[in-house]
Design a protein around this ligand. Structure first.
Ligand SMILES: [Zn+2]
Length: 462
């Protein structure tokens, strides 16, 4: 008979392991405590969280594209079936998931894909509120050029007439006012984009029907300012597996900072020659070095990381602005906050074995003196404006080793908009009123910075 033979064999196998792990553990095996799906255009992440380590072996099938994964050490349980229901029809990468018991203790997961992908499968040890995590990051193999997409968007806006006419350029007005000249109210040439972009084809990112940048799209410098497209990278902190700080009322940092970033994006996009680029525009995790890499890929003129502070007690309040430091933190509090923000990758979950992550981290340790000087100017312009709409935690721009501020060629600041751990400020962070005031203040800060430090015509090769 088959059954007794099997049990005897399993009993023998179990015998040696029980000595190491104890009866309880073996009797239960690993139990799945949660399954999550984080879809985004960049990549879709699947997370299987369990109370013990589980192993997976995966193989990719090209036609039709699908990823089959055998997960060892678990049985098919309702939690895993939930994964099937959690895939939304608008997921950019996954069309569906099938699960089945492949063998005793082995569950097969088949992830049907909408396009060819490059999977990264890795495990994460328990951290913060999480137990063991088995992570599947599904990256599309074909990625659109984000800079071309931005230019196409701006052109489409202009053609649709949704952008205001270039005649009312607040930066030009401010520069003129500062230099005592009348503002140049003549309409600027249409479709002004950077010199570096003029010979690029629209590529796969451009939507059909969007015209290629016209010859006059090249940058022109007039009255000391440039007419090229100025790109402001907005970086809403945390996302996906990493909620960031959580307020006493349950408000998650990752949600409010995304809302504030969306409001600021709308204000930036209303400027005649500006476009906002979001390092994440939905609820998914982006590793810190990838945020920097993304801003550099679109050759951003500024990088603004948006966060909400937290402390163990309810009392601390007010906004702070940070820049990078080359020689240690400006205060122990600044160092503490930088350490806290830098630990986002641990909670969010990065594949530390991926070569790309190591290379990128090494690249980001470059000389940054000029960047820091510009970042301090940007930071104080923003701090001054935030002080008009809310309390400040510190009246001066502070400095510390924030990983996300390390683009050597982009003035970069991190704004802690308020203390989410303070009940009053948590309520403000959630309110439309304060979000609007804050976005307006940040926009004025950007405008003030550019008025004193006009964006230059660029001929960088990268
Ligand atoms: Zn944060």
């Amino acid at each position: 008979m088959k059954r007794p033979a099997l049990s005897r064999r399993s009993a023998l196998q179990l015998g040696s392991v029980v000595l190491l792990l104890g009866v309880q553990h073996i009797a239960r095996g690993a139990t799945i405590v949660a399954v999550r799906v984080w879809p985004s255009k960049d990549y879709t992440r699947l997370t299987i969280e369990s109370d013990g380590e589980i192993k997976a072996r995966q193989f990719f099938v090209a036609e039709p594209p699908r990823l089959a994964v055998d997960i060892e050490g678990i049985d098919l349980i309702p939690a895993l079936r939930e994964l099937v229901a959690k895939v939304k029809s608008d997921d950019p990468n996954i069309s569906g998931i099938r699960v089945g018991q492949n063998a005793p203790g082995v569950v097969r997961l088949v992830i049907d894909l909408k396009q060819p992908i490059q999977p990264q499968v890795f495990t994460l040890p328990p951290v913060a509120a999480y137990q063991y995590r088995l992570v599947f990051d599904l990256y599309p193999t074909q990625v659109a050029d984000p800079l071309e997409a931005l230019i196409a968007e701006k052109l489409a806006d202009r053609q649709a007439g949704t952008a205001p006419p270039p005649a009312s350029d607040p930066i030009a007005d401010l520069i003129a006012r500062q230099s005592g000249k009348q503002a140049d109210n003549k309409p600027a040439p249409p479709a002004a984009v950077a010199e570096k972009d003029k010979d690029k084809s629209p590529g796969p990112a451009a939507s059909p029907g969007v015209a290629k940048p016209a010859p006059e799209a090249a940058a022109t410098v007039k009255n000391g300012k440039t007419d090229r497209l100025v790109i402001v990278a907005l970086d809403p902190g945390h996302g996906g597996e990493d909620p960031g700080a959580v307020g006493p009322g349950g408000t998650r940092e990752k949600d409010v900072v995304l809302q504030i970033a969306h409001r600021l994006r709308d204000r930036i996009n209303q400027q005649p020659n500006m476009r906002a680029y979001l390092t994440r525009d939905a609820d998914f995790f982006v590793p810190l070095h990838v945020r920097v890499q993304k801003a550099r890929r679109v050759q951003a003129d500024l990088f603004i990381s948006i966060h909400a502070d937290a402390f163990f007690t309810a009392r601390p309040q007010g906004a702070s602005v940070f820049a990078l430091s080359e020689k240690g933190a400006s205060s122990s509090a600044a160092r503490w906050i930088a350490d806290k923000e830098n630990s986002a990758d641990l909670v969010g979950g990065i594949n530390v074995k991926a070569k790309d992550a190591q290379v990128q981290k090494a690249l980001l340790d470059m000389s940054t003196t000029a960047q820091i000087n510009d970042s301090l100017k940007l930071g104080s312009a923003m701090l001054g404006e935030i002080g008009n709409v809310g309390k400040l935690h510190k009246p001066k721009v502070e400095q510390a080793g924030f990983a996300v501020l390390k683009a050597p060629d982009i003035p970069s600041v991190l704004v802690e908009t308020a203390f989410i751990s303070n009940p009053d400020e948590e309520a403000r962070l959630r309110s439309d009123d304060y979000q609007v005031q804050l976005a307006d203040a940040l926009m004025r800060g950007i405008t003030r910075y550019f008025a004193r430090n006009p964006p230059l015509a660029r001929n960088r090769a990268v």
